[in-house]
Design a protein around this ligand. Structure first.
Ligand code: G3P
Ligand code: CA
Length: 252
């Protein structure tokens, strides 16, 4: 039996069971018993930081348009739950402040700087993290290396993770490990399908944690665990919780 620790991160909340990035998905993650949630942030037109995955509201609300071209008031009027199920019609897009107000002290936050053209979003997210005094409870991530670098240079006390920008079907390239070590990030985050024991060792030998994503089914989940990752984002954290406890892992 292993006693290895693995961080079980509810991806956009428990997003297999409730609309992603809403209170309902984060509440469910808490009910499932995880300590960590992942969420995506964007700037609104009037410069609030809001929690939503896509650049537009089209997929996850009853509205249409770019988040960056809408004010917070406009976004707040949208139904962010009915697309998932009629019982979630009361769900709204939240600000990062609202999420931190509600879950600060109960959860760790893996905050992804989602948009491409958002200079200052990483720094302002760091400011908010510092305002809440939760520097030790946060990892700031992005597929865009420059936002991870912005985080690192603006707030070196906050952990950083680089989401490896390789899409489905891509071949691994060791340059990502070299670049992450050079940049002194804390985590490298490859897609689960790219994870191998060799890659895990390479990343860990470079002094970084391996936190994978894109865990679309239980086979990938088990493969990632067996390869030795330190953590993963997952839409069904209850299944990871059960697998880890049945197999003698400690859950962070
Ligand atoms: O854990 C990282 C993951 O959230 C990145 O992909 O598209 O779900 O934001 P995405
Ligand atoms: Ca994300």
């Amino acid at each position: 039996m292993s006693s290895k620790r693995i961080t079980n991160i509810a991806h956009r909340g428990a997003s297999s069971y409730a609309p992603e990035n809403t209170f309902s998905a984060f509440d469910l993650a808490l009910d499932i018993g995880v300590n960590d949630i992942e969420l995506d942030v964007h700037f609104t037109k009037d410069h609030h930081i809001v929690v939503i995955h896509d650049d537009t509201v089209n997929r996850t609300t009853n509205g249409i348009g770019y988040v960056s071209e809408m004010t917070l008031d406009q976004l707040k009027k949208l139904d962010a739950g009915s697309w998932f199920g009629k019982d979630f019609a009361d769900q709204r897009i939240s600000t990062l402040t609202e999420i931190l107000d509600k879950y600060c002290g109960q959860l760790n936050f893996h905050i992804e700087i989602k948009a491409r053209n958002v200079p200052g979003l990483a720094s302002e997210t760091c400011d908010m993290v510092k305002k809440y005094g939760i520097e030790n409870d946060v990892v700031i991530t992005s597929f865009w290396k420059e936002w991870v670098e912005e985080t690192k240079s603006y707030s070196p006390e906050i952990k950083t993770g680089w989401l490896v920008p390789l899409g489905p079907g891509s071949q691994w390239n060791d340059r990502f490990v070299d670049e992450a070590i050079e940049a002194e990030f804390n985590q490298l985050c490859p897609r689960a399908e790219l994870i191998t024991p060799t890659l895990v060792n390479k990343i860990k030998n470079g002094g970084l944690e391996v936190r994978c994503h894109g865990v679309f089914d239980e086979d990938l989940m088990i493969k990632a665990v067996e390869c030795g990752v330190d953590g993963m984002t997952i839409n069904f954290p209850d299944k990871l919780r059960d697998y880890l406890s049945e197999n003698g892992y400690l859950i962070d």
